[in-house]
Design a protein around this ligand. Structure first.
Ligand SMILES: [Zn+2]
Length: 241
């Protein structure tokens, strides 16, 4: 497709868009915009630099109108709608506050960042594999021997009181799902990935983040001051003699 000219899009200074940090349906100021038209009668692509009125993030939006094409025999049906994408990519899943603030002291932070980035870009298989890797990193932080088979690691977590029987079953499911993505060409659907994320986030929060917060809270509470006992009047006066 040859683009023949570039023109300024209709001038407005505000629009509703998907802020990568705040989510969909947010007001944004339009800082710059262009509309690019082509020889083919397939609509114009619009480009905008936007700034969120909530978090003030500056981001890029590209709007591609749906261009109907004559399908060839055997083609999959096309989704008949316009397409809008953003850079940075809109968050597919909101990050819990502790993901960016809490330093785990291992590669777990890096693994988590890569999982969320994979989710934002719809890289479902890589996200599923990353979730399995995050589980490994978290068990290492809980001082579980990494040479052990995974089933034994989960048994030890149960014995140490780090997880309960229900959570053990959930983590077994998570492990199987990660293995299926690696070895069995399993392509998880978004809602399946969401369930996997619910499990790993709640495990990491409860096993690693909450204990650190609890310890900090304990240190910050003032200690109970014991009242000094009143000396008996006889002691004050020097006794009965
Ligand atoms: Zn925002």
């Amino acid at each position: 497709m040859i683009k023949k000219n570039v023109v300024k899009a209709k001038s407005t200074n505000k629009k509703v868009a998907h802020c990568p940090q705040c989510g969909p349906g947010r007001n944004a100021d339009i800082r710059a915009q262009y509309k690019q038209v082509s020889d083919a009668d397939d609509g114009a692509i619009e480009y905008r630099v936007l700034q969120c009125r909530g978090c003030e993030l500056v981001y890029f939006e590209r709007h591609i109108p749906f261009a109907p094409v004559v399908p060839e025999p055997g083609d999959l049906p096309l989704e008949e709608s316009d397409h809008t994408d953003y850079w940075p990519a809109a968050y597919a899943r909101k990050r819990p506050f502790w993901v960016m603030d809490f330093i785990f002291g291992s590669n777990l932070n890096n693994v988590l960042v890569q999982i969320y980035t994979a989710l934002d870009h719809e890289l479902h298989i890589l996200a599923a594999i990353g979730i399995r890797t995050a589980l490994d990193s978290a068990t290492a932080l809980l001082r579980i021997d990494q040479a052990l088979p995974f089933a034994v690691k989960l048994e030890q977590l149960l014995e140490n009181g780090k997880i309960g029987p229900d959570e053990k079953r959930q983590l077994e499911l998570l492990t199987n799902a990660g293995n299926a993505a690696v070895h069995r060409q399993w392509f998880p659907e978004p809602e399946q990935l969401n369930a996997m994320m619910d499990i790993i986030e709640s495990f990491i929060y409860r096993a690693l983040v909450l204990p650190a917060f609890t310890s900090k809270l304990k240190k910050g509470i003032p200690k109970h001051q014991r009242k000094k006992k009143k000396r008996r009047s006889s002691e004050v006066k020097g006794g009965p003699n």
